[in-house]
Design a protein around this ligand. Structure first.
Ligand SMILES: C[S@@+](CC[C@H](N)C(=O)[O-])C[C@H]1O[C@@H](n2cnc3c(N)ncnc32)[C@H](O)[C@@H]1O
Length: 236
C-alpha cells in the first residue's frame, strides 16, 4: 500500500521527495543502443524510482496526483471509473483520495492485480460487449471517468495516431453515457492526434474543457491530458 505522506490531497504525495545519484551505464554490451538508452532513462527517472520506493504500481500514479492537485476532481465519496487502469497506479491514487466511502472501478483489457478498495474488470473498451458489461456492472451514473488508455505502439505513425484517437473517442462516448450531471472526464490524448477536434466535441457536452500536461509526463512525449468538467448532457 502506498504511503500517506506529502503535500497531496488526502495526504497522497504528488511529487517524489528525493533525487538520487545519476546512473550512467558503462557499456551497452549485449544490449541494443536503444534499450540501453531506455534503461538509463528509467534508472535516472525520479518518478520511476520513487514510484517503486513508495509502493505505486507505475510512475503514471504521479500524473493523476498532479492532475487532481490542479483540478480537484477526486472528492471524498466519489464514484470513479478508471479505464486503461493496469498496472494500477491511477487506481491506487483514486482509492487513496476518495476515501473508504467512495467507489473505484478499474478496467483494463489485460489482467490486473487487485488493488485494495477497488473493483477490477478485464474488458476491452473498443468492443460493444465490453462497454455493455461495464454499464451493467455500474448500474448507476459515476462522478468521474478517467481514461489513461493507450494502445501499444506499432511503430507506424498513422496507425498509432488513429488508434489513440479511437480510444479518446471511446472514452468521450462512454463519459456521455456514464457520467452524472456535473461529472468530470480526464482523458489521455496526444498532440497531433486530433486533440483539438476532440476538445471541440467535448465542449458541446462539458462546461469547461482544458488540456494539462503534468510535470510527471515526460517532456519529450506528445502525451497530454484533457480535463472536461461540468458534464451537461449528450449533444450529438
Ligand atoms: C499507460 S497504461 C495505463 C497506466 C495506468 N493508468 C497506471 O497508472 O498504472 C495504458 C493501459 O491502457 C490499456 N488499454 C489499451 N487499450 C485498451 C482497451 N481497448 N480497453 C481497455 N484497456 C485498454 C492497456 O492495456 C494499458 O494497461
Amino acid at each position: 500500500m502506498p504511503p500517506s505522506k506529502g503535500a497531496g490531497n488526502s495526504g497522497t504525495p504528488s511529487r517524489p521527495s528525493g533525487r538520487g545519484m545519476r546512473v550512467k551505464l558503462k557499456t551497452a554490451k549485449g544490449r541494443k543502443k536503444s534499450s540501453a538508452r531506455w534503461l538509463e532513462r528509467q534508472l535516472n527517472d525520479t518518478y520511476v524510482t520513487e514510484a517503486a520506493r513508495s509502493g505505486y504500481r507505475s510512475r503514471a500514479a504521479w500524473k493523476l496526483a498532479q492532475i487532481d492537485d490542479k483540478f480537484h476532481i477526486l472528492k471524498p465519496n466519489a464514484r470513479v471509473v478508471d479505464l486503461g487502469a493496469a498496472p494500477g497506479g491511477w487506481t491506487q491514487v483514486a482509492v487513496q483520495r476518495i476515501g473508504r466511502s467512495g467507489h473505484v472501478v478499474a478496467v483494463d483489457i489485460v489482467e490486473m492485480e487487485s488493488v485494495p478498495g477497488a473493483e477490477i474488470l478485464q474488458l476491452d473498451m473498443r468492443e460493444e460487449d465490453g462497454v455493455a458489461a461495464l454499464k451493467e456492472f455500474l448500474a448507476d451514473p459515476v462522478d468521474v471517468l478517467l481514461s489513461d488508455m493507450a494502445a501499444s505502439a506499432t511503430g507506424h505513425r498513422g496507425t498509432d495516431r488513429m488508434r489513440a484517437e479511437a480510444l479518446c473517442e471511446v472514452a468521450h462516448e462512454l463519459a456521455c453515457e456514464l457520467l452524472t450531471p456535473g461529472g468530470v472526464l480526464v482523458v489521455k490524448a496526444f498532440h497531433g492526434g486530433g486533440e483539438s477536434d476532440l476538445m471541440n466535441a467535448m465542449k458541446k457536452n462539458f462546461a469547461r474543457v482544458r488540456t494539462f500536461k503534468p510535470d510527471a509526463s515526460r517532456a519529450d512525449s506528445a502525451e497530454t491530458y484533457i480535463v472536461a468538467a461540468g458534464y451537461r448532457r449528450k449533444v450529438s
